[in-house]
Design a protein around this ligand. Sequence first.
Ligand code: GLN
Length: 229
Amino acid sequence: SAGKSASQQEVIKLGADVTFPPFEMMKDGKVTGFDIDLIKAIAAQENLKIADPIQTMDFQGLIPAIQTGTIDVAVAGMTITSAREQQVNFSKPYYHSGLSILVKNDSTIKGLADLKGKTVAVKLGTTADIMLSKDQGIKIKRFNNIDDAYNELQNGGAQAVVFDNPVNLNYINTGHSNVKVVGSLLTGEDYGIAVTKQNSQLLQKINDGLDKLIANGQYEKIYRDYFKS
Ligand code: GLN
């Protein structure tokens, strides 16, 4: 559970999955991204101190780390789902997203129906993995790091990647013009900040901070730093 520093400032142990750009990534040896700036602004607003260092781990490890108390809070572009709500508390939604299909530019795949009989690369334990695993006709290759899934598409080991659309678009826009997103979004999903169920006061502070950043324009400013539109 969260401790107090000498100044009585509550210290929170933060975990992140840094293979989710532009929400979480490593840059110049530092954890950075939209979610990181957002949680730092929330902490400043609510007089919370984020423990140094931010603990980086595979997406799949974040919820167990919250449950065992290794971390108090996780930011990971984590989709709010009822199954996960059994295990952790979620803040109010802070980003609306959805899954999309990424293929090579010359692919004949145009939508979900075309994935039948194909091999699709996903990140382990994510909503894409959960959704596609229900579909018997699709062969799934699972990776801890989304870059390995994208590489599998690039080297022909998979015919598509299904993942969160903003991250797929970020991949295209960071020097990979040989791939494209096809079809409509497969889902609508909301990201929430995951918080230990042991500390409902902390959840309240995070929600309060988020409300204030949205009201005072700081959320918008951070948004524009990472998403041009
Ligand atoms: N939004 C997806 C999920 O919650 C993926 C998150 C991630 O890979 N960090 O499952």
